[in-house]
Design a protein around this ligand. Structure first.
Ligand code: BES
Ligand code: MN
Ligand code: ZN
Length: 497
């Protein structure tokens, strides 16, 4: 992972005259009478003799969201280029700033050092967008192409650099880096990222953050009765794991359990998936990546909480040792599940991990997974579906909206429960119905959640992995959703219980 180095800097005509940045980023707005400059751009405009709006308009700039227009400063500034990025409307939300900063961050590839003034509009959004937009995953390229911007000077908001600004810069940089940590794991191909190697990477991250880690291998899983994880992982030559990473903050009042689906590759197993786009299933461990990055982040930001991540890891493969449709698995805790479709494997590994999580007596449970194609049918590629206990679900969804990750609350309709009845076990892993697949998966998980425990299930099947082009601060491939939602929920629990 290469992320730019960021530092706050005071913005004035004098400082602009001495900047070592090669490019200065300014915001543009689409006002009622056409193009306007965003706060922070005025000093750049003054240095250029008040011509900026006219010149940009001549170049076709409109201030539309994520529009990027570059113009040369012709010797009037030490920075050779002004990069104008559209914020959209005159009164931009944090998410509009984040997306504009992301578009600028992408457009800065090939530039070594830049100065951004978007931080005058919104410091946190500008920092997050810049880091997330600059992200590139080039591990596997012989020629990585243009390098992401390596240093970004962040203009202090109008009231000058305060302690609060420094704290905000630090926190938002850490949050964006956590998103990039998750992206790196997701983008690592499945021949290199499998249960044992994921566990190794978790061990390194945990050691660097001073966190406690426990890794159960296939023998320990067997001894302790993790039938779901073992069933799903049985078809692979690369055996499953259960990773537990714990952070104990000083003065922790609340304990939060995080569970993330870690299918390092999902072929569907004996219920084999079609060939088209099966490669996308390299992302089926995005939930695992998100909760691992989140617990490391909680430690870095010293949240006054206990946060424990439980990560069931398995590769879902077809082979002579695979579990079969018709098998009955005895899950951790003793419930039995009839497997009717080996491609509904996520809920099986999650059930084991959810039951294990409850043994540590958490106050809240947040689980996230690339669980159902039905999530994409219902909500599209950019909107996570959030289910769970009503109150906590709504709290997580409201926070997801505020972060720009835009999760949306979904119900668990009672009438769907009987669709999961099994002819011979406690529960079947799929329904016979075509409808409500995302909700049925949520209802399946609910069976394994301890009574009374506030919980949220975030289905990120679409949002975790961008199969289209880059947009805003979202690159192709792993997106790191819902790390920022989890981080914000943890911060909210730390503040409000
Ligand atoms: N990992 C998939 C869900 C998925 C699909 C994620 C597309 C991202 C993109 C999951 O394991 C799966 O296969 N779900 C099945 C469930 C079905 C068999 C009830 C699905 O959605 O088709
Ligand atoms: Mn599957
Ligand atoms: Zn899956």
């Amino acid at each position: 992972m290469t992320v730019p180095k960021l530092a706050l800097t005071e913005l004035s005509e004098a400082s602009l005259g001495k900047t070592r940045a090669e490019a200065v980023v300014i915001g543009t707005l689409k006002g009622p009478d056409g193009l306007e400059l965003a706060p922070g751009a005025d000093i750049v405009d003054a240095a250029l003799g008040g011509t900026l709006t006219d010149v940009l308009a001549t170049l076709g700039a409109t201030g539309a969201a994520e529009e990027v227009v570059k113009l040369p400063t012709l010797g009037k500034l030490p920075a050779g280029v002004v990069l104008a990025v559209g914020l959209g409307t005159p009164d931009p939300t944090p998410e509009q700033v984040r997306r504009a900063a992301g578009a600028a961050g992408r457009a800065l590839a090939g530039t070594k050092r830049a100065l951004t003034t978007l931080s005058v509009v919104d410091l946190q959004a500008a920092v997050e967008g810049t880091v997330l937009g600059a992200y590139a995953f080039t591990e596997y390229k012989s020629d990585p192409g243009e390098k992401p911007v390596s240093t970004v000077d962040v203009a202090s908001p109008a009231d000058g650099t305060t302690r609060e600004h420094r704290a905000k810069l630090k926190a938002s940089t850490a949050i964006a880096e956590a998103v990039c940590t998750a992206r790196d794991l997701i983008n690592t191909p499945p021949n290199d990222l499998f249960p044992a190697s994921f566990a190794d990477r978790a061990s390194k991250l945990a050691a660097d953050a001073g966190l406690e880690i426990e890794v159960l291998d296939e023998k320990a899983l067997k001894r302790q009765g993790y039938g779901g994880i073992l069933g799903v992982g049985g078809g692979s030559s690369r055996p499953p794991r259960l990773v537990r990473v714990a952070y104990r903050g000083a003065k922790a009042k609340q304990k939060v359990a995080l569970v993330g689906k870690g299918i390092t590759f999902d072929t569907g197993g004996i219920s084999l998936k079609p060939a088209a786009n099966m490669d996308h299933m390299t992302s089926d461990m995005s939930g695992a990546a998100a909760v691992l990055a989140s617990v490391v982040l909680a430690a870095k930001l010293k949240y006054p909480l206990e946060v424990t991540a439980y990560i069931p890891l398995a590769e879902n493969m077809p082979s002579g040792t695979s579990y079969r449709p018709g098998d009955v698995l005895t899950m951790y805790g003793g419930k039995t599940v009839e497997v009717l479709n080996t491609d509904a494997e996520g809920r099986l590994v999650l059930a084991d991990a959810i039951v294990r999580a409850a043994e540590d007596d958490p106050d809240y449970l947040i689980e996230t997974s690339t669980l159902t194609g039905a999530q994409m049918v219902a909500l599209g590629n950019r909107t996570p579906g959030i289910m769970g206990s009503d109150e906590f679900r709504d709290r997580v969804a409201a926070i997801a909206q505020a972060t720009g990750e835009n999760g949306w609350p979904m119900p668990l309709p009672e009438e769907l429960r009987s669709d999961l009845d099994s002819k011979l076990a406690d529960l079947a892993n799929v329904t016979g119905s075509r409808w409500g697949g995302m909700l049925a998966a949520g209802i399946f998980l609910r069976e394994f959640v301890a009574d009374g425990l506030p919980w949220a299930h975030i289905d990120i099947a679409g949002p975790a992995y961008n199969t289209g082009g880059a947009w805003g601060y979202t690159p192709k491939g792993g997106t790191g959703v819902p790390v920022r939602t989890i981080a914000a929920v943890l911060a909210d629990i730390a503040d409000n219980g």
